[in-house]
Design a protein around this ligand. Sequence first.
Ligand code: ADP
Length: 153
Amino acid sequence: MERTLLIIKPCAVQRGLIGKIVTRLEERGLKLVAMKMQQLGPEVLREHYAHLVNKPFYPIIEESMMAAPVILTCWEGVDAVEVVREMAGATNGRKAVPGTLRGDFCVSHQENIVHTSDSLETAQKELARFFAPEDYCDYPSPMLGFIYAKDEL
Ligand code: ADP
């Protein structure tokens, strides 16, 4: 089982989309194993978006990500990193395919409602950035045998 990070961005918190986003992942069959609301600051954002810090639009990213608290979530499942990343859709909400979270809930490149980890290696780094070991909940999944076939587990 993989674990991945999905951040519900301030724009989605303000627009009242937390429940809809969480529901979509739950209904797909992913398991929520950690969740918290947090106001992010410039330091953690510079680390999280290190690949974009030198871009001209970085100040807009920082402002947007600090505009309200975010919801940090960790989801578990088979191939969870790719499954959740595909559910998010293209970065630019205007190009995101309908049926994806961004394709259904936004029309902006920046205000694109969620962040998702882009690889297993990134997921591990990002989860360690936002969650402590005690933030994760270990609980039984009685539906697992109906969500996956035996040979997938
Ligand atoms: P993703 O969030 O899909 O992994 P990136 O890591 O490339 O995409 O970008 C991180 C975030 O920075 C995006 O989700 C978006 O909010 C913002 N961003 C990226 N590129 C642009 C851009 N050209 N203009 C405005 N915002 C951007």
